[in-house]
Design a protein around this ligand. Structure first.
Ligand SMILES: Cc1cc2nc3c(=O)[nH]c(=O)nc-3n(C[C@H](O)[C@H](O)[C@H](O)COP(=O)(O)O)c2cc1C
Length: 172
């Protein structure tokens, strides 16, 4: 399904008690969405089930972030990150997301799940500025070299502070 949503400068702000929950199959197609996800993304359940999770991808998000997310998930690791998401009406909502693989009793990956909560304002400010720089770098580099060009900016953000990404993203 191809969607063409024009982003608008209206923010939907998560409440302290909100959790946006979703699950996907191994290909990233949505298999579960909770009520808060439907509210923020602005879709009914039948518009989400079976659809790629990039339905909420915001064009302000650099591609390198998702490459890193999928690398971690493919390696069986969890991923934490600040994500700016796009709602069906073009508005945006910032989340602090935890994404992880799910396994069967044999240890095979059966899919992925994600829980997102209201992000801290310091984290949003920091990652919004970082993602803006990464996106500009990706545009300048062109599609083929985009990720290779912007990944060093991402890595430098925590390496320059002498921490791992996970320490950095959890502490900000
Ligand atoms: C469980 C799970 C949750 C995800 N949540 C989001 C999300 O909230 N926002 C988002 O843009 N991508 C999310 N993704 C990543 C998307 O599947 C996709 O990789 C990303 O939107 C980039 O899409 P693109 O490669 O088509 O540009 C999630 C993936 C999984 C497996």
């Amino acid at each position: 399904m191809k969607r063409n949503i024009a982003p608008i400068a209206r923010e939907r702000v998560m409440r302290e008690e909100d959790f946006i929950v979703s699950k996907t199959d191994t290909k990233g197609r949505i298999t579960y969405a909770n009520r808060i996800f439907m509210e923020f993304a602005g879709y009914a359940e039948d518009e989400l089930l079976g659809v790629q999770h990039n339905i909420v991808r915001h064009p302000d998000m650099p591609r390198a972030v998702f490459e890193i997310m999928w690398q971690e998930l493919s390696a069986g690791h969890e991923f934490f990150g600040y994500l700016k998401n796009l709602a069906s009406d073009g508005s945006y909502y910032w989340t602090f997301a935890h994404v992880a693989p799910t396994h069967d009793s044999q240890g095979h990956t059966t899919g992925y799940y994600s829980v997102r909560r209201k992000p801290g304002s310091a984290g949003v400010a920091l990652f919004a500025a970082l993602y803006e720089k990464m996106l500009a770098t990706e545009r300048e580099a062109g599609p083929k070299d985009a990720i290779a060009a912007s990944r060093p900016l991402f890595e430098d953000a925590y390496e320059s502070r002498g921490t791992s990404y996970e320490e950095f993203v959890l502490a900000v």
